[in-house]
Write a protein that binds this ligand. Structure first.
Ligand code: SF4
Length: 57
C-alpha cells in the first residue's frame, strides 16, 4: 500500500497551525503556483502537498 497523504508529523504541524490561527494554505507561498506549472486540483487551497516548494528559496 502506498501512502499518499500527509504523514503523522505533517498532520500535527497542520493541526498546530490551525490552532494558532495561522495561514494553512501552502499555494500562496509555493513557487509552482502557476496554472502552467501546477496541475493539481487542490491548487490555491492545498493545506498539504508533496510538491510544495517555498517561493524564492
Ligand atoms: S504544487 Fe502543491 S502547494 Fe504548490 S501550487 Fe501546486 S498544489 Fe499548491
Amino acid at each position: 500500500m502506498t501512502r499518499t497523504g500527509p504523514g503523522w508529523l505533517d498532520r500535527q504541524r497542520m493541526r498546530m497551525k490551525r490552532a494558532l490561527g495561522l495561514d494553512t494554505i501552502l499555494c500562496d507561498n509555493c513557487k509552482w503556483n502557476w496554472r502552467s506549472a501546477c496541475h493539481r486540483p487542490e491548487r490555491q487551497s492545498a493545506a498539504w502537498c508533496p510538491d510544495y516548494h517555498k517561493k524564492g528559496g
